[in-house]
Design a protein around this ligand. Structure first.
Ligand code: GDP
Ligand code: CA
Length: 322
């Protein structure tokens, strides 16, 4: 079975670990979000690709959900001693090596997709990880003016998310460069050859939404003619972790499992899993033309996550049979 998964960082990576356990023989292609990418200290940092690679490759900091295990921050301390920032973005010594190798290869002319494949040669994530595009796409956020200064500011997504903790209202989320970008080699082919397409409980706006903003990807998924099943990142009207509610508000979507399903829409989604605490919305989602089931959706450990993945695959078969 060929499975295609669109993934952000932590939510996507943890789900993939469960999916690999649930479907050990499946051929899994992951289309990764690169809208979170940022240049720091002259290096190209791809937080979501790295979270997937480290999580599946056994190098992730488990508690944090991002970055390397057994990490130290000597380089960052030395940079700070020179007054070189930003100080708000956590880059550890081990992690730096990944960004150095990536940047060297990009500077030598390799596209990001080839660089990612080379990095995965070390990590052996057990999936084929492809960035959504080889072109530069950067999510920017327009934030409301701070009291007094009256100026609307546009900041990089990482500054909004990590430095500002999404605590100032976002007025717009813009994947800069997306309109001119092309899917990376292999992306459309993987979608066309897929038996099932899954949306893990990743951020619907700045993870999956950004991937879908690359021209051609949304259309390819809608036209693939295979079941497309998603899992809600919103449980009990709030994100399980992080601040997805803030970016959903910015695009006018309520933070409920039903509203996120409607945001993707029946043109894209065939099936949607909500948590058992949201069982009351199943009828409403189905009325919108999306087959819906309520099952436990907390990724507390790999077994629980594998059960979620099995439910998603079962719903896909149900949709296929319908
Ligand atoms: P990011 O790029 O690191 O923010 O990660 P993703 O976009 O892949 O995933 C973030 C989303 O994962 C958040 O909106 C969370 O609500 C969701 N999430 C995290 N843990 C869980 C979980 O255990 N269950 C569910 N249903 N969603 C989760
Ligand atoms: Ca991310």
């Amino acid at each position: 079975m060929r499975i295609v998964v669109l993934a952000g960082g932590i939510g996507g990576a943890r789900f993939l670990r469960g999916l690999k356990r649930a479907a050990p023989d499946a051929d899994i292609t992951v289309i990764g979000n690169t809208g979170d990418d940022i240049h720091l200290f002259g290096l190209k940092v791809c937080p979501d690709l790295d979270t997937v690679m480290y999580t599946l490759g056994g190098g992730i900091n488990e508690e944090q959900g991002w970055g390397r295990e057994d990490e130290t921050f000597r380089v960052k301390e030395e940079l700070a001693a020179y007054g070189a920032g930003p100080e708000w973005f956590g880059l550890g010594d081990r992690d730096f090596a990944t960004h150095i190798v990536r940047t060297q290869m990009l500077d030598a002319g390799y596209p990001l997709s080839a660089v990612t494949e080379a990095l995965c040669d070390r990590w052996k994530p057990g999936v084929r990880l492809i960035p959504m595009t080889d072109d530069r796409v950067e999510t920017h956020v327009a934030v409301a003016p701070a009291d007094g200064d009256g100026e609307r500011r546009v900041v990089h997504f990482q500054e909004y998310w990590v430095r500002l903790r999404a605590a100032v209202p976002a007025e717009a989320i813009v994947p800069v460069g997306a309109e001119q970008s092309k899917p990376a080699p292999g992306v459309l082919e993987a979608i066309a050859e897929a038996d099932v397409i899954l949306f893990p409980p990743s951020n619907p706006v700045v993870s999956i939404g950004t991937i879908l903003a690359v021209p051609g990807i949304r259309e390819a998924i809608a036209d693939a003619g295979v079941p497309v099943v998603g899992l809600s990142p919103i449980v009990g009207d709030a994100p399980v972790r992080g601040m997805a509610d803030k970016v959903l508000a910015a695009v006018g979507v309520e933070s409920t499992a039903a509203a996120v399903a409607a945001h993707y829409g029946s043109g894209l989604l065939d099936g949607w899993l909500v948590d058992t605490v949201d069982a009351d919305v199943v009828g409403r989602v189905e009325e919108a033309g999306i087959r819906c089931r309520a099952v436990p959706l907390m990724m507390t450990d790999v077994d629980a996550t594998a059960r979620m993945a099995r439910e998603a695959l079962a719903l896909a078969e149900e949709v296929r049979g319908a």
